[in-house]
Design a protein around this ligand. Structure first.
Ligand code: ATP
Length: 319
């Protein structure tokens, strides 16, 4: 393979730039030309393509967001859109594409592969909601950002004897909530994966109140939502003044952590290796500290276990 493309798609995640850098540099080392495709599949459809040189990716490993921009593109969900993407590849001599994004982006990559352009998917999303990998690029940074913000909320909750209900991102997955919850000493962590009732939460607050605890952190995952209403219910049932905070998109930004930069570099390298071996229609990931790769369709049917043991530990030690 002499020329490849790289794009970022779906939600942005810190560490995507480190992956773009690794893809570009690995490919150049292997004698390939690298084309940056801008704004995800939109750019592929509309030919928004520019060559990336060694220095094009200098000074980006520490930057959040993505220098290639990202987008959602409904047109690419249909055959006509995919064919336009194939046309752009053919026009520019792009023989393979590295797609950095989430599950949806991988579906697009599988379609593009099926139409003759081999693609490799790299998991890039803060939500860690891709089942074929234990870890997605951006997850660690997002969790650390949420943790720092919740620590700040704790200061004010403690000063006013309040309950702080904090909604963290994660889409429908509770991984960010679980980990930031345990890291911030949350009284209760609410995720879709684990059953809960409002009564259970208010009972726990009441019982810990008898134990000289007067401020509380409740972490709610995005997929559950309803934080404002929950805060009102807690205040009504327990008499503890409660405030809801939705952390939102701030969790997507910032300089990637060491872990995100390292994993992004490893996965970017591996993606180009696969393309250079003539492989396509695969996703890369990390399982038990090893770099792995799977057929895209197979990866989309995989299941990932929620860490119930970690949830139980969090529940046990927060009282
Ligand atoms: P995140 O986890 O951040 O949401 P994602 O990659 O899952 O990332 P989506 O919005 O689901 O985000 O998908 C990104 C893009 O991938 C879509 O806008 C579309 O262009 C493409 N895509 C999604 N699903 C398909 C599909 N079934 N077929 C072809 N392309 C798809």
């Amino acid at each position: 393979m002499k020329k490849i493309g790289v794009l970022t798609s779906g939600g942005d995640a810190p560490g995507m730039n480190a992956a773009i850098r690794a893809v570009t540099r690995t490919a150049i080392k292997k004698g390939m030309t690298v084309m940056g495709i801008y704004r995800g599949y939109n750019g592929l459809i509309h030919g928004e393509v520019k060559e990336l040189h060694v220095r094009s990716v200098s000074d980006i490993i520490q930057r959040g967001g993505t220098i290639l921009y990202t987008a959602r593109c409904d047109e690419f969900r249909h055959k006509e859109g995919i064919l336009k993407g194939v046309e752009t590849c053919n026009k520019h001599g792009i023989e393979g594409v590295v797609v950095i994004g989430g599950d949806g982006s991988f579906r697009g990559a599988a379609d593009l592969s099926a139409y003759g352009i081999p693609c490799i998917g790299i998991p890039g999303t803060i939500d860690n909601d891709i089942n074929s990998t234990g870890y997605t690029i951006g997850y660690d940074t997002a969790m650390n950002t949420a943790m720092e913000l919740i620590d700040k909320l704790r200061d004010t909750a403690q000063s006013h004897d309040r309950c702080s209900v904090v909604e963290v991102m994660g889409h429908n997955a509770g991984y960010i909530a679980l980990n930031t919850g345990i890291a911030c000493g949350a009284t209760f962590i609410i995720t879709k994966e684990m059953p809960y009732s409002v009564e259970e939460i208010t009972d726990k607050i009441k019982s810990t109140q008898t134990n000289q605890k007067h401020h509380f952190i409740i972490v709610v995952s995005e997929g559950i939502g309803g934080s404002e209403e929950l805060a009102k219910q807690i205040e009504r049932e327990t008499g503890v003044e409660s405030r809801a905070t939705i952390l939102g998109h701030v969790q997507r930004g910032g300089s990637p952590t060491l872990r995100d930069r390292v994993v992004a570099s490893q996965l970017g390298y591996k993606a180009v290796e696969l393309l250079s071996e003539g492989k396509g229609n695969r996703v890369v990931g990390i399982q038990r500290n090893k770099i792995v790769d799977f057929d895209i369709k197979e990866s989309l049917t995989m299941k990932k276990e929620f860490d119930r043991e970690l949830y139980d530990i969090a529940s046990t030690i927060s009282f």
